[in-house]
Design a protein around this ligand. Structure first.
Ligand SMILES: O=C(CO)COP(=O)(O)O
Length: 131
């Protein structure tokens, strides 16, 4: 994405830490029909994994999380372009970009974006989006 470019409104953000990427791919595969109804934005590696499994999705990959991708998604939230965020966080591994992870979660809270941090909550979020 070029700086300042708009991806439009109603984006669904999908992000997963490395140890959670298999779970994210499984979740995306299980809900690919619902996900296909929404424009999706992801961090770089997460998006690559999802696209390999579900190439039909309308998905924009931003930078990898440690290289600023979390911040890019946070900026989209601040601009009012994100309808929900599924962020499978690894609570057992230190992240070099922990401040970015915290900032992304914080901005999602500031703007009251539906935020699923684990598969159990993501199930509820996708059920709500299906309606
Ligand atoms: O690090 C991430 C979220 O904090 C995810 O980034 P990647 O999808 O590029 O691995």
């Amino acid at each position: 994405m070029t700086p300042g470019a708009s991806l439009g409104a109603g984006l669904l953000g999908l992000v997963a830490h490395d140890s959670k990427k298999d779970e994210m791919v499984a979740w995306a595969l299980a809900h690919r029909q619902t996900l296909a109804r929404f424009p999706i934005v992801t961090t770089g590696t997460t998006g690559g994994r999802i696209l390999d499994a579900c190439p039909e999705l309308r998905l924009t990959r931003l930078k990898s999380g440690p290289l600023g991708g979390d911040q890019q998604i946070g900026a989209l939230i601040a601009q009012g372009q994100v309808r929900g965020l599924v962020f499978f966080v690894d609570p057992l591994t230190a992240q070099p970009h922990d401040v970015d992870v915290k900032a992304l979660m914080r901005v999602a809270l500031v703007y009251d974006i539906p935020l699923a941090l684990n598969p159990a909550t993501a199930q509820m979020l996708i059920a709500a989006l299906r309606e």
